[in-house]
Design a protein around this ligand. Sequence first.
Ligand SMILES: [Ca+2]
Ligand SMILES: [Ca+2]
Ligand SMILES: [Ca+2]
Ligand SMILES: [Ca+2]
Length: 686
Amino acid sequence: MSARKSKPRASSRGRKQELIYREDWDGLMPGPASAFRTAFGEYHTHPSPPGAGNWGDAVLSTGQLGLAWRVVDDGGELAFEVCQQMPRRPAIMVLDTQGDLRDYTFTVPVRPLSSKAPCGLVFHYQTNRTFFAVLWSGDGQLALVRNDHDARQTLAAAELPFNVDEHCRLSVTVSAMTAKVSADGKKLLEGRMEPLVTGQIDGPRKEGKVGLIGYAPVRFRAAELTCPPPAGVARRSRLSAAQRELDALREENPTPEAVSECSLGDFGAGRNLRLADLDGDGQLEFIIAQQSKRANEGDYCQISCLTAFRANGEVLWQLGTPVRATSLLDAPTWDLPFQVADVDGDGRMELIMCRDWQIQVRDAATGELLRSAPTPRSTLGLTVIGWAVEDFFDRICGDAIHLCDLSGRGRPGEFLIKDRYANLWAYDTETLEPIWHAVLNTGHYPLAFDINGDGRDEVLCGYSLISADGRIIWQQRNGDHVDGIGVGHFDPDRDDFQIAWVAGEEGFFIVGADGRTIACHVTGHLQKMSIGNFLPDRPGVEIATITYWASQGVLSVFDGRGVKLHESEPWHAASAIMPVGWRGDGQDFMLLSTHPRYGGMLDGLGRRAVMFPEGYPHLACDACDIDGCGREEVLAWDFDRLVIFKAAGKPLGKPPARYTGELYNRSNYKANVSVPPEIIAGGRRR
Ligand SMILES: [Ca+2]
Ligand SMILES: [Ca+2]
Ligand SMILES: [Ca+2]
Ligand SMILES: [Ca+2]
């Protein structure tokens, strides 16, 4: 990962240049150079980063089968090859190990393989949606562009005959925010670079990374990165200052200590874990679900094995037959329908679940079946998403369960159950009788909340607000679907509740209680959202979002009014970005993952403020104040082991009162929160 430094060398124009990096293909072999294209990275962590060598694959292709990037033999040397048509978003391979580049020359021999769409180099890269690029098109145009999310500006253009039979040595030199582009040593373009501004508190970005870009098949031979020696001196000074700042930041934060570790035997699974005091002894236990897939694999899953266990690995009970998970494809990329709470108010926990087209209520301490009913009859609904036909089976499989209080009994006496994308039903937990059915674009996980303060929960589901009686109060007509929903008094200047949602390609929204949009940002395919005090120096909560699909890993931090404060790309995948009150002084971190190198906990500026030790699982993670100390612990697991990390030492302040959601209603799509209680005052949240 270190810079490949060598003695200054003479450039073609005779001036000495310092070599920052030259691709020597060390450790690389012909073969795939991309991650496989599934929803795995929405909230699971790859064992190694998507990409190859020192390069990260920054754009997950969608709509294509197969991989976007390969390392190939190219006339006796190696090369990176884009082996896909990528019309929606370009394939980008970013040189991850070399950031903070200000004045430099980036040179790569490029051989286009298709005239259907452009290829070229990216530079001053901030995220896979914010960068400068030189793009070579099939019509023989070479363009210098500034790409700021969906706004693209051409700064300069020139003719360069397109040639799919030979390599052309493309080179971009950046000096004092002016870019000069040459091809085979001939200067063709020059343009001033207005710095990209990624967020209100980020400031203009005057440094960035470099990478390779292709909207269509193209080969790139060994890249070379050089700079004038004074720029090298200045860069080393910036890098060491940044490292000192990061070291100081980590020094002032508690380190993670593994306080508990257990084997998951043959019942381990990905991110489908619930926490509850199953036996009423005051300690939390866990239930983990294994799944069996069918049809298109992801949309009609059933729970195959459910295991209740203690933190020491002792199994309390088990339903079904465990089958040891072996492949990353065994990790769920959906929710499974089970939740645990005291739904009848008798002081004992019940498990509400769906399995084999049945709704079941079980004693959570023993797993014993108390009552059951068939799941709802399937119906196509109005908004069928092409790949998931809702009437594949005559009864719904049950995609997710959300416990709620529709009748105002003061406990979760009802529950919501949905199919994958089109129908939502409310049920009574005692009678297992259906109460109502709504047909809508459900999105992934609803949120019940008493938004009008009458003691009964309303239901936020997809782009709709539904009354406790099942009547749609308002509904926005947007495309795609909502993944996660939050509600609260986010804007201190407004009296109503605001609703925040992330909705894939439609973006991140803040909506008033009347259903009108207050703010909307499209920063890629918005996948996950969490709400907490990520910037403690700023008043109020911050709302963090992260993207996946087509341009993954773009982390954005907004204030409660929807003003974008910060944006970066800490890792080329999404994450549940669980808010964690790790310090115990009111500041929250975002848990990216427990991977010792690519994960960590981020502050509101995207800095890795806390890192996790080597030698522990990092497939999946979650956070919860398990022991009631006022700070969240971090749970990390893979198919074999579960470990609990605790913040070392005493809290750094007085842990403030916070609302972190109910212990039940865990979901891979929900927005997770850590907010002052007054943010949700006047309503109740499930
Ligand atoms: Ca217990
Ligand atoms: Ca009970
Ligand atoms: Ca209400
Ligand atoms: Ca704040």
